[in-house]
Ligand binder design. Structure first.
Ligand SMILES: NC(=O)c1ccc[n+]([C@@H]2O[C@H](COP(=O)([O-])OP(=O)(O)OC[C@H]3O[C@@H](n4cnc5c(N)ncnc54)[C@H](OP(=O)(O)O)[C@@H]3O)[C@@H](O)[C@H]2O)c1
Length: 371
């Protein structure tokens, strides 16, 4: 028969790759929850995002396998018309919940709506599906390694609460959503929790539909915006290409194992801020900034607007926390999965795509046209 999925956040970076991955494998139908924006319908937004996944690759799905439903996770029943909802609930076997607000600057009140209330609405819908279908459907909740907040040392898959503080409200709401997942497991829902590291463009071409997280500091670098950065050379960055994250989630969801796991989707090979800057300066032919660890950095050296730009990234430019993924990697290794090497070649692809897409001005790439 094949599985039937609901994917939330379908116009987003990871959401679109998950749709592509599921529909290319054993999912006969993927219902995609997305919103329209301005004049662009939810359907057009999702299919536009899917073009990034098809870029340079064959796709093994037909457009009919993907059905877009307009919805909003913040609203009760995800704002789905009741006929659509009943239809979905009768068929669904798996819910992949990627929708979230990922803004590192947004207020806790704004973030709680999609990230916590929205997650609860998705869990409620899944409980309703359990009742209707009479078989336990599987919920795949996309969390983040940032639930660890300012924890030190190593953070393992079975840990959540360690008296940590959070660097921002985004981290806090992702943590709160995991607490909710634990509560809803007790109510009978099977919930797998996936915690990705820093998601980048795809491993083949470095293509991305959004330039958040690591991409903002890359732009600072390429455009020579700061002579000095509040960061440390040995800051640890776990970069995971979006196509590999989607593949890992699918493989983990298919593996024979007890339900209710927590999975760390972090690269087995760490990257340092030093390496990111070293390769970036070579590719963009830009100036290397001086790195000063946050605890020794005087923010008074920056203008208020410079500090506003840099501040959200400071915790990640000084990151020293490591994530163990023993359990995750054992399952992924058995499935033949390997994280790609974060080498010069991969970083160059990511950087060059920034120029190709116009996110970084091409003149910072000298005479060499972007590949
Ligand atoms: N990117 C990373 O480095 C990273 C790392 C770890 C974990 N994650 C997690 O991975 C997931 C996907 O992140 P991403 O990078 O793919 O982010 P993204 O590109 O911003 O996608 C998030 C999607 O969620 C949708 N969404 C937000 N509020 C919604 C609402 N009220 N109703 C329906 N949809 C809503 C957005 O829709 P609109 O486009 O309509 O706003 C967007 O399409 C998130 O849960 C994030 O926390 C991301």
């Amino acid at each position: 028969m094949g599985r039937v999925a609901i994917v939330t956040g379908g116009a987003g970076l990871l959401g679109s790759w998950l749709i592509h991955t599921l529909a290319s494998h054993n999912y006969r139908k993927v219902f995609v929850l997305a919103r329209g924006k301005g004049d662009i319908t939810a359907k057009n937004r999702v299919f536009d995002a899917l073009k990034f996944c098809r870029n340079g690759r064959g796709s093994f799905w037909k457009d009919e396998a993907i059905q877009i439903v307009r919805g909003d996770v913040c609203k009760a029943h995800l704002d789905l018309p009741s006929v659509t909802r009943t239809e979905l609930l009768k068929q669904v076997t798996d819910v992949f919940h990627t929708a979230a607000l990922t803004d590192l600057n947004a207020s806790i009140d704004l973030l709680r709506q999609p990230n916590v209330t929205g997650t609860e609405n998705v869990f409620k819908l899944a409980l309703e599906a359990n009742r209707i279908t009479k078989h336990p459907i599987r919920v795949h909740h996309i969390s983040s390694v940032t639930v660890a907040g300012d924890s030190q040392g190593w953070f393992s898959e079975n840990q959540l609460t360690r008296n940590q503080h959070f660097h921002n409200a985004y981290e806090e709401t992702k943590f709160e959503a995991e607490l909710l997942a634990i509560e809803y497991r007790k109510r009978g829902l099977n919930i797998e929790i996936y915690r990705p590291g820093i998601i980048t463009g795809d491993s083949l071409r470095g293509v991305t539909s959004n330039f958040k997280t690591i991409y903002q500091p890359l732009r600072f670098l390429a455009h020579n915006l700061f002579k000095i950065w509040p960061g440390r050379e040995d800051a640890i960055l776990s970069l995971v290409p979006v196509d590999k994250v989607a593949e890992a989630i699918w493989l983990l969801s298919e593996a024979e194992k007890p339900p209710n796991g927590v999975w760390h989707l972090v690269n087995t090979e760490e990257t340092s801020l030093d390496k990111l800057i070293e390769i970036g300066t070579a590719v963009f032919e830009c100036r290397r900034p001086t790195l000063v660890p946050a605890e020794h950095f005087d923010s008074g050296q920056f203008s208020p607007s410079q500090w506003r730009m840099m501040r959200p990234f400071v915790p990640y430019l000084n990151y020293r926390l490591r994530f163990s993924a023993t359990h995750t990697n054992a399952v992924l290794n058995d499935a033949g999965f390997r994280w790609p090497k974060v080498d010069e070649n991969m970083l160059e692809k990511l950087y060059r795509y920034c120029a190709k897409a116009g996110f970084i001005r091409a003149r910072y790439l000298g005479q060499q046209p972007p590949r």
